[in-house]
Design a protein. Structure first.
Length: 221
């Protein structure tokens, strides 16, 4: 917690634990994105889940589809829950801002990890994430869009500072990082929690050209 009483991401999610999973279960955009990705990845594909939380649903769905899943999260409580709930994946206590993977991945999933940090860290972390995708691989990305720079908010009963980009800026930056945006949409979601209000979510499916075109990769046998 900083001098203004704002909590770090690790503090926020250590405190939330399984409450976060319950509040954001049945998130339509996330479920649709995972179905889309599973249809395009071969069994044994290496996938990184950034901000893996409790491991459900993202790592659980991908591991169940035969992918080799690595999850990273800054919250020790979340990593502990994920290791228990999804034994078929590997989870590490790590920060996207400093994580150094030993390899690139066939897909990277980043559902809402780039919020509780500075604006500069949001942009540099997006660049890092893009660099971890193999040619021909995919990015699934979601966030709360907006022109936000260390904005103080209360979320799920916790005080924190958040940063983000507008939807247009995110899409432009992805393209500048060598990714092709295949699909994007925004939707409003009401978490299943009495202390959470409705949120606007941006979902993006992107592809790094390389071993095939997006058209060739639309559905792999």
């Amino acid at each position: 917690m900083d001098e203004q009483g704002a909590m770090s991401a690790a503090e926020v999610f250590d405190g939330l634990g399984g409450e976060y999973e319950r509040a954001f279960a049945r998130l339509p955009g996330q479920d649709a994105a995972l179905d889309w990705l599973v249809d395009r990845l071969p069994a044994g594909a290496a996938v990184l889940d950034v901000g893996s939380g409790t491991g459900r649903p993202v790592a659980a769905v991908l591991a169940g589809a035969g992918c080799r899943v690595t999850g990273i999260d800054v919250s020790p409580a979340m990593v502990g829950l994920a290791r228990t709930q999804v034994p078929g994946a590997t989870f590490e206590l790590a920060d996207v801002r400093t994580y150094r993977p030993e390899r690139r991945f066939d897909a990277v999933c980043a559902f809402f990890p780039l919020l509780v940090m500075s604006y500069e860290d949001v942009t540099s972390s997006l660049e890092r994430i893009a660099s971890w995708i193999e040619p021909g691989g995919y990015l699934l990305f979601a966030t709360v869009p907006g022109d936000l720079r260390d904005a103080p908010i209360t979320w799920m009963g916790r005080q924190m500072n958040v940063s983000s980009l507008t939807a247009e800026d995110y899409l432009a930056r992805m393209e500048s990082l060598g990714l092709t945006v295949l699909h994007q949409h925004t939707a409003v979601f009401q978490p299943d929690s009495p202390v959470a209000g409705p949120e606007e979510h941006l979902f993006v499916h992107a592809h790094r050209p390389g071993s095939g075109t997006p058209q060739d990769a639309e559905r792999r046998p």
